[in-house]
Write a protein that binds this ligand. Structure first.
Ligand code: UDP
Ligand code: MG
Length: 329
C-alpha cells in the first residue's frame, strides 16, 4: 500500500437506520476534519440497516474519496459494528469513535485532537449535560456508573462517558486484541489502560431517526457491563447464604430453648412457610446469577467470528484533491 493511502486519522462510525442524519453528519464531520489539517478517512459501518443507510453511504463514497464503507451481513449490534469499523480503520496516528446520530457533536473532535498531546493515548469525551433525556434515564445512567465503580475490579470507567473518544494507534491495536463476544466497549477501553484525559462536552438530543435503545436493552447493557468485568455478583450468593445460615442457627437455638422450657405446641406453619419460600427465592436468584455467567461462558467458548462483511469499499485517499499529503511515516 502506498504510504499516501494511509491517513493520519480515521473516524469509525457504526450506523443502524441512520439515513435521516447521515448526510448532515458527513457534512459536519468534513468541516471539522478539514479544519484539523491532517489526512483522514471515515469508516461508515452499515449494521444491517433496514432503510436506505447503505445507499446513502455509497452515495457519500462516490462523492468523497475519504469514505470507506463496511457493509455487515446483518445487524450485529452497536458494539460489534463499532469493532468492525475499528478493524477497518487505517489511520496510523489516531482513531476517533463517534455515533452517527449527532448526539456526539462532530465539532468536539477538534477538542479531542487538541487535547491529544504527547504521552496521552486516549482522550474521551465526557458529558456535561444530558439534554433531551428523561430524568429516569439520567438516574439509571448515574446509578450504573456508581455500581460499576464499586464492582469494577481495578478498572475505572469514567462516569458520563460513552464511546465517543479518540484513541492513539497504539491503544487501538491493544483494544483490537480483545476479541470477546460480550463487548462492553466502555469497559474494554478502560481495560486497555494508558494515560487518558477527559474533554467536557454537551451531549445533544438525537438529530433525527430514533434510538434503538429502550429500558430492557439498557438493563441488558448494564448486566453486560457488570458480568464482563466483575464476579462480585457470584460471590454475593456466598455471603447471602452465610448470613441466612447464621440467622437459621440463631432461630434454631431459640426454638430448641423454647421447646425445652415451655414444651412443644405444634404451630409454626407460617414461620416454616416463610422461611422455605424465602430460601427458595434466594436459591433461585443465585442460580439465575450463575446462569448469567454460564451463558456468557457458553457464548465465548463457541469462539465464532464477531461479524461477517458483505461488502467493503475502501477509501482511496490519493484521489482527493484537497487532501494534505504531509503524512508522518
Ligand atoms: N447502532 C448500530 N447498531 C445497532 C444499534 C445502533 O450500529 O444495532 C449505532 C447507531 O446508528 C448510532 C450508535 O450506534 O450511530 C448509537 O445508537 P443509538 O443512538 O441508538 O444509541 P443511544 O445514543 O440511544 O445510546
Ligand atoms: Mg444516540
Amino acid at each position: 500500500m502506498l504510504s499516501l493511502d494511509i491517513p493520519a486519522f480515521s473516524v469509525a462510525v457504526p450506523c443502524y437506520n441512520e439515513q435521516a442524519v447521515l448526510p448532515v453528519f458527513h457534512e459536519r464531520l468534513c468541516a471539522v476534519m478539514n479544519g484539523i489539517g491532517r489526512s483522514w478517512e471515515v469508516v461508515y459501518v452499515n449494521d444491517g440497516s433496514k432503510d436506505q443507510t447503505l445507499a446513502c453511504m455509497e452515495n457519500l463514497a462516490q462523492h468523497d474519496a475519504r469514505v470507506s464503507v463496511v457493509n455487515l451481513s446483518r445487524n450485529f449490534g452497536k458494539e460489534v459494528a463499532l469493532t468492525a469499523g475499528l478493524d477497518y480503520a487505517r489511520g496510523n496516528q489516531a482513531i476517533i469513535v463517534i455515533d452517527a446520530d449527532l448526539q456526539d457533536p462532530p465539532e468536539v473532535i477538534a477538542d479531542l485532537v487538541a487535547a491529544w498531546t504527547d504521552g496521552v493515548d486516549m482522550v474521551y469525551a465526557q458529558r456535561r449535560a444530558r439534554e433531551g433525556e428523561s430524568i429516569a434515564k439520567r438516574f439509571t445512567a448515574w446509578a450504573f456508573y456508581r455500581v460499576m465503580a464499586k464492582l469494577g475490579n481495578r478498572i475505572v470507567i469514567p462516569p458520563d462517558t460513552g464511546d465517543f473518544r479518540l484513541l492513539s494507534r497504539r491503544a487501538l491495536d491493544c483494544l483490537l486484541q480483545m476479541r470477546e463476544r460480550h463487548r462492553f466497549m466502555k469497559g474494554l477501553f478502560a481495560w486497555v489502560g494508558y494515560p487518558s484525559r477527559a474533554v467536557q462536552y454537551n451531549r445533544a438530543p438525537r438529530a433525527g431517526g430514533k434510538t434503538s435503545f429502550n429500558y430492557w436493552s439498557l438493563w441488558n447493557f448494564a448486566l453486560e457491563g457488570i458480568t464482563s468485568f466483575s464476579v462480585v455478583p457470584l460471590q454475593l450468593g456466598t455471603y447471602i447464604g452465610f448470613a441466612i445460615s447464621l440467622l437459621a442457627v440463631l432461630y434454631g437455638g431459640w426454638i430448641i430453648l423454647n421447646t425445652l422450657l415451655f414444651g412443644s405446641h405444634v404451630p409454626g406453619y407460617p414461620s416454616l412457610m416463610s422461611v422455605i419460600l424465602f430460601l427458595g427465592g434466594v436459591q433461585l436468584m443465585t442460580l439465575g446469577l450463575i446462569g448469567e455467567y454460564i451463558g456468557r461462558i457458553f457464548n465465548e467458548t463457541k469462539n465464532r467470528p464477531l461479524y461477517f462483511v458483505e461488502s467493503y469499499q475502501a477509501a482511496s485517499l490519493h484521489n482527493t484533491p484537497n487532501i494534505h499529503t504531509n503524512i508522518d511515516p
